[in-house]
Design a protein around this ligand. Structure first.
Ligand code: ZN
Length: 182
């Protein structure tokens, strides 16, 4: 997995780029939770002894776009009740949280280690990587992360994720500002 810090950077960049939603404190907290929540499946791996390749194992169902759609539906239905179910604004929030949650599995599929991602779950538990995997996989244990290996992982995430997503956020903000002042 890329680290939780990196998934949170993706959440903040996505939020900054999204000018058509009400970006309250609730919005930011939900953004960070949605982008990182799929990794809660390590609880099953560490404490419930669920094997990695199980349907509910690490990088299994909870990393799939299908789960992202369920989570987004729940988040918007519970936290954005005022928008009115299936209204235009409701769909905007739904799409935003869906893409953000789904980005987690997509980014994991770009890492160079661990088990693949069950991107088509629940249709199949087959695990996938993209043909190009430039991102160094992050170790699951904190002690191993605090080693020189952890630094290599962070540098790789900085290069392949932080810089591109922050650049996109800056460009979108500048463009929106220019349109507003034009
Ligand atoms: Zn993950």
């Amino acid at each position: 997995m890329p680290t939780i810090i990196t998934h949170s950077v993706v959440a903040v960049s996505a939020g900054v780029s999204t000018t058509f939603l009400n970006r309250s404190l609730k919005f930011w907290i939900l953004s960070i939770v949605c982008s990182s929540l799929p990794d809660a499946d390590v609880i099953g791996y560490h404490w419930l002894y669920i094997p990695s390749y199980h349907f509910l194992g690490h990088r299994g169902f909870f990393h799939s776009p299908f789960f992202a759609a369920i989570l987004s539906f729940l988040v918007v239905s519970v936290f954005y009740r005022k928008e009115g179910m299936f209204s235009k604004q409701w769909w905007k929030y739904f799409l935003y949280f869906f893409i953000l949650t789904a980005s987690h599995g997509i980014l994991d599929a770009l890492t160079n280690g661990g088990s693949g991602i069950a991107l088509l779950s629940p249709l199949t538990n087959e695990r996938y990587f993209f043909p190009w995997t430039p991102i160094e996989v992050s170790p699951l244990s904190i002690s191993r992360f605090l080693s020189p290996r952890g630094m290599t992982v962070l540098l790789s995430e900085l290069l392949w994720i932080w810089i591109p997503v922050l650049l996109i956020a800056i460009v979108v903000r500048l463009k929106t500002k220019r349109n507003a002042t034009a």
